[in-house]
Write a protein that binds this ligand. Structure first.
Ligand code: PEP
Ligand code: MG
Length: 758
């Protein structure tokens, strides 16, 4: 703001402060406001239009005919006033009638006025009215005056809200019409359909007080907030989860740049000087930047704008003390969560009954937040560019993760069509539910074991719902992720016992904790407190467990006690060398010996197994095989290591295909190496839950899969249509001389046999 604008705004604000504090009614206040503004800006006309019943109604005016008050009404998008509301933008015209949207209203007597300037009155990012000035002399208003008007519009927004002058619900509806429906495209991360209102994971702050009582105090508040925000950004940059390079680093660099930008702090301070509160000043500056940026059509800049929005919102949350995420405030209706990215623990904080879908600007197929969402049955769309620029808090959304799209502010016709698809989807689900008691067997008579992946207590219900053969992967770290502190042994025992009770005769494979990577625990920090460069390849899973062996000992005791009198299956993650398996097993055996010494009831039998996730292990499988009872291939991690492609990096989300000959040949080799050793082999990565990939796995000799519960029905259906001998031969041919596009080739092969694979 220029010093002139500061002065002009301050003069108006001082007068407005008195008006607002006065005991007169809202209409009288508005009447005074238009006088004050008109006078200060030396404008013959000053008018306020407010939204009522979806129309912009003239509520108060100085200079136009008083008979027009509460009579002149404009639709949103109609005339200059309607255009300002429609676009939440400013107009500054020397000759109003020359503008293509000008609509003459004779009852107002405005024909003698030439120049026109108007700004939207915004509440919760939506225009709820328009403030405008007009002048006889044809002249463009100066920037100073426009800025003063914009500041005043903020104050008006508070006055209007406090006086209940507009129907805010209606404003929401108007907001939808205002910017119309839009379609977003992204990458399907978890299939499914959902509808609900947009909820920002990091909610936007609602500003309650605009005019400051004590300017110096407001200035101090902003200084403190900036300090805290800078600390947060610096800390984030040092955190493991952000240390993975790529987009995160770029984003943080930009954040840092904005956070330390002196121009930004100066503009906020100037806005405070003009009489605004710290919150209003931040928002005021942001509004101005938003309006300027809207005129620049550059996607790169638009991205940076989102970063700045993010940061301004963070600053607002700090200054106003509204610091929780949307989860901490609770969801009130069916919601679709909007975020740049999320951690698995953050997602788990949400009320499952209300959370219907997630849309992320980033995200990748095998990141753990997506795995958790899949387990929760929540559709997720990722890699949606410009998401936060299009969707506003509360916007109605239809998420069609099957098609990789989301509709923002859909029209009624679209909602109806979507409902039809919803119904069809439900029918399909009913068909899958009907397969509950079917034991999946191939056409040539081989029984295929399909089990579920689980990790939360509630997941276990899926065993009965799907009729799965057991739990092939129980991710024990999920309990750690949802706790604020390290779960005590008794708590662990209770969970494991409950899970085994619920599973009955069906096997449960408990994987020991796999923390680190994208599953960070705030309460388990590294010794050196520093973030890791490459957490997925860093100090995680068994590497943590063997070094902090107290953790593994506690878990071993909890598992052994929970399995008293019944069989126990223990699986170690991220084993790279056979000795790691030996060391981990020794921890269990040590605990077993202790329990035996205490004359406790022991498990009937203990089967030890490993996950094959690190390619190096494949080179020593012959040495490991005699020691283990089973091996489960974790294709999520295995793929990232085979391709050297971070599974959480959104830029690589679509780069490598599970149906690549490299992966398939690798899997075939592992299957062959274990052939005849008596080691049970299975696949528990996300790959197995996708039909075409599952078909490939069957062709490679995999007879046991552990998959996300929602995939059990589709995979059972698939198994019933497959002739194993036929797919095995076909796979041999494809791997001997791989076609350019194996996915396309296999899809065609399946289609010819009436096997549905999508
Ligand atoms: C895997 O890596 O494939 C796996 C199943 O384990 P997680 O996804 O939990 O790392
Ligand atoms: Mg893994």
């Amino acid at each position: 703001m220029t010093s002139g604008a500061v002065e002009a705004a301050r003069t108006i604000l001082t007068s407005l402060h008195e008006v607002m504090a006065s005991r007169s009614n809202a209409q009288a206040k508005l009447n005074t406001v238009v006088e004050v503004i008109g006078e200060s800006l030396d404008s013959e006309v000053c008018s306020i239009y407010l939204l009522r019943e979806g129309m912009l109604e003239l509520f108060a005016t100085r200079g136009l005919a008083q008979e027009a008050v509460h009579v002149t009404r404009m639709a949103v998008g109609e005339g200059l006033v309607g255009t300002i509301a429609d676009q939440t933008g400013t107009l500054n015209l020397a000759e109003a009638a020359a503008h293509p949207d000008f609509s003459y209203r004779p009852e107002t007597g405005e024909d003698k006025f030439h120049s026109f300037a108007g700004v939207p009155i915004v509440r919760r990012e939506r225009a709820v009215g328009v403030l405008c000035v007009q002048h006889v002399e044809p002249r463009r208003y100066e920037e100073v005056e426009i800025e003063a008007l914009q500041t005043v519009a903020m104050v008006l927004s508070e006055l209007i809200h406090n006086a209940d002058l507009i129907d805010e619900e209606n404003a929401g509806a108007l907001g939808s019409a205002q910017i119309g429906p839009e379609q977003l495209r992204g990458l399907t991360l978890v299939k499914g359909l959902a509808s609900g209102a947009a909820v920002y994971h990091q909610p936007r702050v609602t500003i309650e007080h605009v005019v400051a009582e004590d300017t110096e105090a407001e200035r101090q508040r902003v200084i403190l907030a900036f300090e805290r925000m800078r600390e947060q950004i610096d800390r984030m940059a040092n955190q493991a989860e952000f240390g993975v390079g790529g987009e995160h680093e770029e984003v943080l660099e930009t954040y840092r740049m904005f956070a330390y930008d002196e121009g930004w702090t100066r503009r906020i301070n100037e806005a405070i000087d003009s009489g605004l509160t710290a919150e209003a000043a931040i928002e005021r500056v942001q509004q101005r930047t938003r309006m300027r940026m809207r005129q620049i059509d550059d996607p790169l800049l638009a991205d940076r704008m989102h970063d700045l929005e993010d940061l301004a919102n963070r600053l607002l949350r700090i200054v106003s003390g509204q610091i929780g995420t949307a989860a901490s405030m609770g969801l009130r209706n069916d919601a679709i969560l909007i975020a740049r990215n999320l951690g698995p623990a953050e997602l788990l904080e949400y009320d499952k009954r209300r959370l219907k879908g997630v849309i992320l600007e980033e995200g990748s197929l095998t990141s753990h937040v997506v795995i958790v969402a899949r387990a929760m049955g929540i559709p997720v769309l990722g890699r949606v560019r410009g998401l936060r620029g299009v969707v506003r808090e509360g916007d109605p959304l239809l998420l069609d993760a099957d098609q990789g799209t989301a509709l923002v502010r859909p029209s009624p016709g679209v909602v109806e069509a979507f409902d039809t698809r919803f119904a069809r989807n439900r029918e399909r689900q009913a068909v899958y539910a009907g397969l509950r008691d079917v034991h999946p067997t191939t056409r040539d008579g081989t029984r295929i074991k399909v089990m579920i992946n689980a990790g939360l207590r509630d997941d276990v219900a899926n065993l009965n719902l799907t009729g799965a053969d057991g739990i092939g992967l129980f991710r024990t770290e999920f309990q750690f992720l949802v706790s604020a502190t390290l779960p005590q042994r008794e708590k662990q025992t209770r969970l494991y016992r409950d899970v085994m009770d619920a599973a009955g005769d069906r096997p449960v494979v408990f994987r020991t904790v796999d923390i680190g990577g994208d599953k960070t625990l705030p309460y388990l920090r590294h010794d050196d407190g520093e973030g890791e460069e490459n957490p997925a390849m860093g100090w995680r899973a068994l590497r943590v467990a063997l070094e902090r062996d107290a953790l593994l000992k506690v878990q071993a005791r909890a598992l052994l006690e929970a399995a008293a009198g019944r069989p126990l299956n223990v699986m170690f993650p991220m084993v790279a060398e056979p000795w790691e398996f030996d060391a981990a097993k020794a921890v269990f055996e040590g605990q077993l010996a202790w329990l035996r010494g205490q004359k406790k009831v022991l498990p009937d039998a203990i089967r030890y197994g490993v996950m094959l996730e690190v390619p190096a292990l494949a080179e020593q499988l012959d040495l490991l095989a005699p020691k283990i009872s089973f091996l489960s291939i974790g294709t999520n991690d295995l793929t990232q290591f085979l391709f050297a492609a971070d599974r959480s990096n959104p830029k690589l989300a679509e780069r490598y295909d599970w149906l690549s000959p490299a992966i398939l040949r690798f899997l075939r080799r592992v299957v062959r190496m274990l052939d005849g050793t008596g080691v049970d082999i299975s696949v528990c990565g996300e790959m197995g839950g996708r039909r075409l990939e599952a078909l490939a796995l069957l062709g490679l000799g995999i007879r046991r899969m552990s998959i996300t519960p929602a995939a059990i029905g589709p995979i059972k259906e698939l198994v019933g249509k497959v002739d194993l001998a036929e797919i095995t031969t076909a796979m041999e041919g494809w791997l001997a001389s791989p076609p350019l596009d194996l996915r396309a080739e296999m899809s065609a092969w399946a289609a010819q046999r009436d096997i549905h694979v999508d």
